[in-house]
Design a protein. Structure first.
Length: 247
């Protein structure tokens, strides 16, 4: 099962509240471990060290080495939450992440929101089952991130990690999304998130999603970071009788 952005990962959990948001960008997916430092951006568009790393995947040379995706295209995967997923594990009748993938994901998250916040983008647990797809802006630093995760938790198996390339770090998208919080716009902003390391994701009305002018205004506010605008729904506040403590 793929869940979105719990601990900042792409795990299918993602949603925000408030009609006129003060939302914060989440990544992947994504409940984080901590939050992060200064930003390093990498285009990943076919030039420089990142491109050569993508074109030349490095297979693990020994047990404990960081695995690389066998695919030539090392772009961060995008998981459709509506697509059927085969649950890797069932606990008491409920689908759950594999324990091995979950443990590695926890260890990676601690480093991704800490010392490696400059490159960490998002991660997908159980992609495929028992493995973790880790998306970073620099593959070499990504390998160091997984090594640091293993050093912090020796029970987390680094050989279960597959590295993929994202254009933006998670905290870069968080900072860009924060700039939209108080923006005066023609259309309402229902939610703001940072999906797959490629763009800030905004939901609005159907008319707003179709407006090129609205999209341009948002991208100007983010300083040129792409904004993906889609139709969404205004969050509703659940109301009910006041709960009182029993005497």
């Amino acid at each position: 099962m793929v869940r979105r952005t719990g601990r900042g990962h792409l795990r299918v959990v993602q949603a925000k509240t408030k009609a006129k948001v003060r939302a914060q960008v989440r990544g992947g997916a994504a409940a984080a471990v901590a939050a992060g430092m200064a930003v390093a951006l990498l285009t990943g568009c076919g030039k420089g060290p990142a491109a050569s790393a993508v074109a030349d995947p490095v297979a693990p040379a020994a047990p404990g080495a960081v695995a690389a995706s066998p695919a030539a295209d090392r772009t961060c995967p995008v998981i459709d939450p509506a697509a059927p997923q085969s649950p890797p594990v069932v606990i008491d009748g409920s689908p759950a992440n594999t324990p091995e993938g979950e443990r590695l994901s926890q260890a990676i998250g601690a480093q991704g929101y800490g010392a490696f916040a400059d490159v960490y983008s998002t991660q997908i647990v159980d992609h495929p089952a028992g493995r973790v797809a880790l998306c970073v802006t620099d593959l070499a630093r990504g390998r160091l991130l997984v090594e640091a995760a293993h050093a912090a938790d020796p029970e987390a198996d680094p050989a279960r990690a597959d590295l993929y390339l994202s254009k933006y770090a998670h905290r870069t998208l968080m900072a860009a999304g924060d700039k939209l919080n108080d923006l005066k716009t023609k259309f309402p902003i229902y939610s703001i998130s940072g999906g797959h390391g490629a763009a800030v994701e905004v939901t609005t009305t159907e008319e707003g999603a179709a407006s090129a002018e609205f999209k341009a205004q948002l991208e100007k506010a983010t300083g040129g970071i792409p904004v993906a605008v889609t139709k969404g729904e205004q969050a509703t506040t659940l109301e009910g009788p006041m709960m009182t403590a029993a005497p």
